[in-house]
Design a protein around this ligand. Structure first.
Ligand code: SAH
Length: 263
């Protein structure tokens, strides 16, 4: 029986064999590697991963109809978690560091990424993320300070992760064909990154700034701090700048100052 793709679940299945191979090759899969695939769909990417003979493959797939198909296609070669990825505790899946692949459902791709970035567990649970995004979203993740796409996504992504653009992927590589172009990104963990007590504070601080991205930074600073002048002096901020002019490092410092006040 042919399965009708559900728009609500962002189902655009990869069908181009060459592209699938190229995507899988981005991760350095060895016989000792454990893999996690998010939204395996009909399993085309999964099959190509299996051909690399990794130690273990875990799949998170929400659609029960697809889970049934995947069970038939791969039998016991993969371990399927039939859940919403947003509710899964990644740290508990496996004790090995996972190479994570995902042709993500675009409607929740940024939610998935922020969930992983703000996962404050002590142990890093992944080796890399190799993820597909709608091109516009990838552009925001990759954006540099002072550019029009620069904002919360780039600041949050670069906090604990290195981000690298791999390549763009044409919509004709999918079925059904999405209306947007796609970009594959690779993320790897930074060994050293500015420590925060709770990453939610970075989310909060950047939200306050970028909710008013055209305003000068004086306004969000007043909103966040009782004594904004002390922060301005300490961090040597120019209050005539606008949110997109501050580097990610400055935001990590502001979030840190904000946390200190809460102690
Ligand atoms: N990787 C597959 C399919 C990508 S489409 C391929 O390339 O062919 C996105 C997949 O994510 C679909 O299979 C969809 O059912 C699944 N999905 C959508 N929302 C999900 C969620 N919240 N949790 C887990 N899987 C989800």
């Amino acid at each position: 029986m042919k399965i009708k793709a559900k728009k609500s679940l962002g189902q655009n299945f990869l069908i181009d064999k060459n592209i699938i191979k190229k995507i899988v090759n981005v991760g350095n899969i060895l016989p000792k590697s454990s893999i996690l695939e998010i939204g395996a769909g009909t399993g085309n990417l999964t099959e190509c991963i299996l051909n690399k003979n990794p130690k273990k493959i875990f799949i998170i797939e929400k659609d029960e109809r697809l889970v049934e198909k995947l069970k038939i296609r791969f039998n016991n070669k993969v371990e399927i978690i039939n859940k919403d990825v947003l509710t899964v505790k990644e740290n508990l899946i496996c004790s090995d560091k996972l190479i994570v692949y995902g042709n993500l459902p675009y409607n929740i791709s940024t939610q998935i990424l922020s969930k992983w970035i703000t996962n404050d567990s002590k142990n890093v649970w992944f080796e890399n993320f190799i993820l597909m995004f709608q091109k516009e979203v990838a552009d925001r993740i990759l954006a540099q300070t002072n550019s029009k796409n620069y904002g919360r996504l780039s600041i949050l992504s670069n906090w604990r992760l290195f981000v690298k653009k791999v390549f763009n992927i044409n919509s004709s590589c999918f079925n059904p064909k999405p209306k947007v172009q796609s970009t594959l990104l690779m993320f790897s963990p930074r060994k050293k990154y500015p420590k925060l007590e709770n990453s939610k504070n970075l989310e909060f601080v950047t939200r306050i700034f970028f909710n008013q991205r055209r305003k000068k930074i004086k306004k969000p600073l007043n909103q966040l701090f009782k004594k904004p002048n002390e922060i301005v002096e300490k961090l040597k901020l120019n209050i005539d700048l606008r949110p997109q002019n501050l580097s990610p490092d400055i935001y990590y410092k502001i979030a840190n100052e904000y946390e200190k006040l809460r102690k």
